[in-house]
Design a protein around this ligand. Structure first.
Ligand SMILES: O=P(O)(O)OC[C@H]1O[C@](O)(CO)[C@@H](O)[C@@H]1O
Length: 243
């Protein structure tokens, strides 16, 4: 893993944007794996800015989101379909048909996982996978204990994850208990991984990522084995460790 430490969240987002913009410039048909959560919003804002200035185009780009809650329709403000539309897709020149997100409303969820995995594989996998980091070490919604060999699958969300995400809902009871997530094996096959980590609440997870062993009880630890993984972290996170 290559670690790039930025002074603050804005600078970290800027660095992430530079990496992506350069790669999109080199490969207009790039396949991007995208994440939700608070952390990548700054990156999306920067990319929107460059797209509006016509410095980059998403017309030929294909995207695959990591995850979606089970039981939330695309119109639900807390669904990841809604998140992506609001925070990114509706502001850029991407072809909607080229954006992919698992369908958490599918009647047969197992079949939906197989379908989604096939769409990713038919496209040849991700060129770059953007990731956030859960406080418990999850990447996508791969919770601690998820096998490293998993592909797209249904996951039961941990209480701590539901508690952390309850901030977006009226109360914790409204946070879905299950989600569909791209698996760790698929994430690891991405040619490049960009892991974004910001804020003091991620300090312990960051410490474990960098200094701990590789274990399924801390899913992000597998990234230590990825051949091209860049960790972008801000000093709000690292400050907690070095001081
Ligand atoms: O960026 P945040 O909001 O801290 O979330 C971190 C991770 O947690 C999730 O939001 C899921 O809980 C992921 O989508 C994200 O990568």
């Amino acid at each position: 893993m290559k670690i790039i430490e930025s002074k603050n969240y804005l600078k970290m987002s800027h660095t992430a944007c530079q990496i992506l913009a350069e790669q999109i410039g080199q490969n207009p048909k790039i396949k991007l794996g995208l994440a939700t959560g608070s952390t990548p919003i700054g990156l999306y804002n920067r990319l929107i800015h460059l797209n509006k200035k016509k410095e980059i185009s998403f017309q030929k780009v294909t995207t695959f989101n990591l995850d979606e809650y089970v039981g939330l329709p695309a119109t639900h403000p807390n669904s990841y379909h809604y998140f992506m539309r609001e925070n990114f897709f509706q502001h850029i020149d991407i072809n909607e048909a080229n954006t992919h997100i698992p369908n958490g409303m599918a009647y047969d969820l197992e079949k939906e996982c197989i379908r989604y995995q096939q769409v990713i594989e038919t496209a040849g996998g991700m060129d770059i996978q953007v990731l956030g980091l859960g406080e418990n070490g999850h990447i996508g919604f791969n919770e601690p204990g998820t096998s490293f060999s998993e592909e797209t699958h249904i996951i039961s969300l941990e209480k701590s994850t539901r508690e952390a995400n309850a901030r977006f809902f009226d109360n914790i009871d409204q946070v879905p208990k299950k989600a569909i997530t791209v698996g760790i094996n698929t994430i690891m096959q991405s040619k490049q991984v960009i892991l974004l980590i910001s804020g003091e609440t991620k300090a312990e997870a960051y410490n474990r990522l960098v200094n701990g062993g590789i274990t399924e009880t801390f899913p992000a630890s597998i990234l230590q084995k990825h051949k091209n993984c860049i960790v972008l972290v801000d000093q709000e996170t690292t400050f907690q460790i070095t001081n």
